[in-house]
Design a protein around this ligand. Structure first.
Ligand SMILES: NC(=O)c1ccc[n+]([C@@H]2O[C@H](COP(=O)([O-])OP(=O)(O)OC[C@H]3O[C@@H](n4cnc5c(N)ncnc54)[C@H](O)[C@@H]3O)[C@@H](O)[C@H]2O)c1
Length: 455
């Protein structure tokens, strides 16, 4: 039986390893973390993250060939293959603060491997990392005095939160990068053989290490760029009475453009897009490419602008003041089907509304706990409400921040009747039936489309 260890039991390590255990009954998979509470949650009936389908997969494998533990030394000693899936946030201090990746967690795991390993191993970078990190990783691992040999593999994760299990079970591609040496190629093959249990071979792409590391940053940068491109045009649509949905639907019919990921919104969020683009920006600066750095930085700037613009539209519509007005915030997660709120544009919008002294009533089906943590220091008048009807009662406006399906199914006549008048809806995700809302009596402000008002 192959022993697989994953260091880091987060949004990536947890679901990824559950699917590997599920699809590879001939492997023993252990996931370790320094966070004992997180491990306890993985071992309990209430998993630490919400992801559709995750619970079923974990329940099938946990205790059979999937184990969650805090015993990192034992995990390292027993493992043939170690996936490293620790967090790599943006640095908040020192050189490169606000841009470069903070690699301290990665380096600490490498040093733990050096300390506890007793035989040769394959070490797999699952975290998203700056290109050429594997070189540093290799140097640290080969500083061991036990004459141990390590093969470093890059195998970035492309899952999207909210569809993680679906993405893992049926990935568009699996990318595996290794050293261009016979040992490196053997290690790549060994990792490919794990995925080949359920992923067709033609979807398993193998490259050199540096291409693999860079591809992850580039994939996220291209996706985020698409969001910012559409959002920039949504601003122009609002000025010209063009309709962003019509524009993107027609533009997306060009097979070179394609229809996916062209929806206007208040902007992208999540732990990765912003961090990975900033990392790319930093790398370009580091390698003496300031024009390239600037080009990509604009994607992040456009995203910040879209949230500011959204709040600006709210203020304009609501007679230039929201002070002491109750505003219902529908959704705080950065996207639907997750409780994750990291870098959620909802936070930026809420903070700006609080600065304008609005009273906020926040509702989200899965993310209220994280919302409370995120806004703990924000000050102001905030309530966190489980019932959307209660959140909207007595409010002057509703701001839709997350594209949860359940928001489409609410009784908006009932909501309208309980609100202050004139009642406003700002649909930051363009998910509601704007014509129907207008008919009920709402003043409706979509993104990139004509507003529908009664005055
Ligand atoms: N979240 C996503 O959707 C996503 C998708 C693709 C790639 N990624 C990348 O995957 C990596 C992990 O992301 P995440 O969202 O799972 O992060 P996370 O913060 O949810 O999980 C990381 C875990 O690593 C643990 N950890 C940190 N240092 C450790 C150490 N020395 N020993 C043991 N455990 C340690 C932390 O306690 C934490 O539980 C990041 O590089 C991220 O960019 C994330």
């Amino acid at each position: 039986m192959k022993h697989i260890l994953c260091i880091g039991a987060g949004y990536v390590g947890g679901p990824t390893m559950a699917v590997i255990a599920d699809r590879c009954p001939d492997c023993k998979v252990t996931v370790v973390d320094i966070n004992a509470d997180r491990i306890a949650a993985w071992n309990s009936g209430t998993l630490p993250i919400y992801e559709p389908g995750l619970e079923e997969v974990v329940n099938r494998c946990r205790g059979r060939n999937l184990f969650y533990s805090t015993d990192i030394p034992k995990g390292i000693r027993e493992a043939d293959i170690i996936f490293v899936s620790v967090n790599t946030p943006t640095k908040t201090f020192g050189a490169g603060a606000g841009r470069a990746a903070d690699l301290q967690f990665l380096e600490k795991t490498a040093r733990s491997i050096v300390e506890y390993a007793e035989n040769d191993k394959i070490v797999v970078e699952k975290s998203t990392l700056p290109v050429r990190t594997a070189q540093a990783m290799s140097r640290i691992l080969h500083s061991n005095t036990k004459n141990l040999k390590f093969q470093i593999i890059s195998n970035p994760e492309f899952l999207a939160e909210g569809t993680a299990i679906r993405d893992l079970e049926n990935p568009d591609r699996v990318l595996i990068g290794g050293m261009e040496t016979p040992e490196g190629e053997r290690a790549v093959e060994e990792i490919a053989a794990i995925y080949a249990h359920w992923v067709p071979r033609e979807r398993i792409i193998t490259t050199n290490l540096w291409s693999s590391e860079l591809t992850k940053l580039v994939s996220n940068a291209l996706l985020a760029q698409r969001v910012s491109s559409v959002n920039s045009i949504s601003a122009l649509c609002e000025k010209t009475e063009a309709n962003i949905d019509e524009v993107t639907a027609a533009a997306g019919r060009d097979s070179r453009i394609g229809p996916k990921f062209l929806k206007a919104s208040i902007g992208f969020g999540g732990s990765c897009f912003k961090k990975d683009i900033l990392n790319l920006v930093y790398l370009c600066g580091h390698y003496g490419l300031p024009e390239v750095a600037e080009y990509w930085e604009q994607v992040v700037r456009m995203n910040d602008f879209q949230a500011r613009r959204f709040v600006g539209n709210m203020l304009d519509a609501m007679f230039n003041t929201v002070a002491d007005k109750k505003i219902a915030i529908f959704g705080f997660a950065f996207k639907a089907d997750t409780g994750d709120t990291r870098e959620s544009p909802a936070r930026a919008v809420c903070v700006q509304l609080l600065e304008e002294r609005a009273r906020l009533s926040i509702h989200d089906p899965k993310a209220l706990g994280n919302a409370k943590i995120d806004l703990a220091d924000a000050g102001g008048d905030i309530s966190y409400v489980d019932d959307p009807y209660e959140a909207a009662r007595g409010a002057h406006a509703i701001a839709v921040m997350t594209e949860w399906n359940c928001f489409k199914e609410l009784d908006y006549k009932r909501i309208f009747d309980s609100m202050e008048k004139p009642a406003f809806i700002f649909d930051g995700r363009n998910i509601l039936d704007h014509e129907a809302l207008y008919e009920i009596g709402f003043n409706v402000y979509p993104i990139g489309k004509k507003k529908r008002t009664h005055f």
